[in-house]
Design a protein around this ligand. Sequence first.
Ligand SMILES: Nc1ncnc2c1ncn2[C@@H]1O[C@H](COP(=O)(O)OP(=O)(O)OP(=O)(O)O)[C@@H](O)[C@H]1O
Ligand SMILES: [Mg+2]
Length: 303
Amino acid sequence: MIYTVTLNPSVDYVIHIDKITAGVVNRTEKEELYFGGKGINVSLILAELGIESTALGFTAGFTGEAIENYLKTQGIQTDFIRLDNGFSRINVKIKSGEETEINGRGADISENKLNEFFSKIDTLSDGDTLVLSGSVPKSLPDNIYECILKRISNKNMRTFVDAEKNLLIDTLKYKPFLIKPNQAEIEDIFGKKLEKTTDILECAVQLKAMGAVSVLVSRAGDEAVFVDADGESHILRPCTGELKNSVGAGDSMLAGFIAGCQLSNDDYDYAFKLGLSAGSATAFSDGLAKKDDIFKLFNSFYS
Ligand SMILES: Nc1ncnc2c1ncn2[C@@H]1O[C@H](COP(=O)(O)OP(=O)(O)OP(=O)(O)O)[C@@H](O)[C@H]1O
Ligand SMILES: [Mg+2]
């Protein structure tokens, strides 16, 4: 089973409004609701591609219930720890020419609830896949990803980590199967601008030497760089099209890659291409990508 972890899931309330004025009543032209968080996005794209997964993490209140119900309607299994107080956060995204976001903090997670979560992690077994992605809520220790990987280090599991700087670096000693920094994240790790693809490749190779089994660097509309588990490097341009929304493109890429490994019995070149196609299909859609769009891009750019 593939398990995704979303520590701080959200309901994203997206409002479209011509002009927003402070201090008066504003009315929306259109509004949308999305259920998300990075791990959940990975589960949603996996489901689009026909791959089963179970979403783990923490939910609270009526928003938490809504998130779980939505995932079930999408054929995703859920096994969240339910928190007794508060509610899963609501992120408000205001689209009025420029974009303004107000992200909620989310419900606090007690030590008891964290231990319940760890007990759940302890039930994962050989052959399972675990995807850790996104930031860590303030009420949790910031070495949580490292703690999770430590707990499963005696098991033969594939792990994927998509996180920032120390959160990511601290997991390398547990040899994650794949890490997926984006351009800004890899520059942040190495503390310098990396403009050329060859510079990025050099840094990806270094991250592999530091413990990552493979390294996938996404760079939005620029060439992506991938050093696979066998040490082979792959460099490809993403698909071209009309950019609509890049939120979740990285999560879609990760899910496309995981699905690609499963569908091809670990043909890493295929997985990289399916990852790129899924990322771009989301970048070219209003919400997350649909299966047909992913395969259309795959067929026209990479086959
Ligand atoms: N403008 C774009 N044109 C084409 N493809 C894109 C574009 N933006 C993103 N993509 C696709 O999505 C992949 C991931 O994009 P990006 O590097 O922006 O991820 P990210 O910053 O991790 O995103 P997020 O964390 O918001 O999910 C790219 O490698 C590419 O395949
Ligand atoms: Mg990202």
